[in-house]
Write a protein of this length. Structure first.
Length: 276
C-alpha cells in the first residue's frame, strides 16, 4: 500500500509502501541495466520501489518491453538488480528463493510424465517428502478441476488444463509468494476467463501473496487488490490503483460502470486503444 491512509479505489502515483502488518516483500530503488556488445547498456527497469503485503493479489500492467518480466525476475532473485535492495521476510534476496513459486506463460510440462508427476517435480528438487507433497498436489488438482486427470499426460490436455497443472506445480511446495508472468497470455478468451475464476478460487483458498503480470487491463482489475501501472522503458511505477470490489467476484462485475471506470483510466494512462 502507499504511505499514509488510502480510500478504497483511490489512485496514486509512484511506489508502494508498507502494508499495516508489514510487507512480505519490499524492493527499494531497484533498477536493471543489461550490457550490450556496443558498450551502451540497455536501461530496462527503474529505479522503482515496490512492496507486497501478506496475502495481497497485486497485478502489473504496462507497455510491451517496459520491464514487467524483468521486474518479476528481479523480485524473485532470478536476476540481480543493478541497483537497489530487495527484502523478503526481512531477509535480503540475492538468489532464487525456495519460498517463492513461479508460473510463466508456457507451463513447460515434461511430456513423458503424468500430470501428477509433473506437479511433483519441484518438490523432488527441493527434497520434500512425497508423503507430504503428493496429498497436497492431489488436493490442488481438485481445486483447479483436474481431479481424475492425475494419470493423464500433457499431450492429452488442453492448453488451459496444462496451465492449471503449471499453477499446481508452483504451489505444491507451499510458497508464500507466487510470481506469475502472463500465465494466461496464450489462451483463448473463454479459457482465459475460466482460468481467472479458477485462479481467484485458488487464491481465496490459499491466501498466497500473488504478483501477477498481464497485458489484459480487465483481467488485472478483475483479479487484483491493487494494480500497478508501469511506464515505457525504463519501466517505473507511475500509478497505483486500489481495487475495492468484494470477493468472490464474477464476470457480471465487468459490466458495471465502476469496473469500467478503473479499466478506462488505466487504459488512458497507457495510451492504449479502446479494444485493449
Amino acid at each position: 500500500m502507499m504511505e499514509g491512509s488510502q480510500q478504497a479505489g483511490a489512485t496514486h502515483p509512484g511506489s508502494v509502501a508498507v502494508a499495516p502488518d508489514g510487507p512480505l516483500l519490499s524492493a527499494s530503488d531497484i533498477s536493471k541495466r543489461y550490457p550490450t556488445q556496443d558498450g551502451l547498456p540497455i536501461h530496462a527497469l527503474g529505479p522503482l520501489s515496490v512492496m507486497l503485503g501478506r496475502g495481497e493479489f497485486v497485478s502489473v500492467v504496462g507497455p510491451s518491453g517496459c520491464g514487467k518480466s524483468t521486474l518479476m525476475k528481479v523480485l524473485g532473485g532470478i536476476v540481480r538488480p543493478s541497483t537497489g535492495r530487495i527484502l523478503y521476510k526481512a531477509q535480503e534476496v540475492d538468489r532464487a528463493q525456495r519460498e517463492m513459486g513461479t508460473v510463466f506463460q508456457s507451463p513447460v510440462l515434461l511430456p513423458w510424465l503424468t500430470v501428477l508427476e509433473n506437479t511433483l517435480i519441484l518438490s523432488k528438487v527441493l527434497k520434500l517428502r512425497r508423503s507430504q507433497a503428493e496429498p497436497r498436489a492431489r488436493a490442488l488438482l481438485g481445486t483447479v478441476g483436474l481431479e481424475g486427470f492425475e494419470k493423464k499426460y500433457p499431450g492429452e490436455l488442453s492448453g488451459g488444463m496444462q496451465q492449471r497443472v503449471g499453477i499446481v506445480r508452483s504451489l505444491v511446495h507451499d510458497p508464500d509468494l507466487l510470481l506469475m508472468d502472463e500465465p494466461f497470455g496464450a489462451l483463448d478468451a473463454l479459457t482465459r476467463e475460466r482460468m481467472s475464476l479458477e485462479l481467484q478460487c485458488v487464491w481465496l483458498n490459499t491466501r498466497k501473496t500473488v504478483f501477477f503480470i498481464t497485458h489484459s487491463i480487465p483481467e488485472a482489475v478483475f483479479l487484483s487488490d491493487r494494480v500497478l501501472v508501469m511506464s515505457e522503458r525504463p519501466g517505473r511505477v507511475i500509478r497505483e490503483f486500489v481495487i475495492p470490489f468484494a470477493r468472490p467476484r464474477n464476470f457480471d462485475l465487468t459490466a458495471t460502470s465502476e469496473f469500467g471506470r478503473f479499466a478506462t483510466e488505466i487504459r488512458h494512462l497507457l495510451g492504449a486503444s479502446a479494444d485493449v
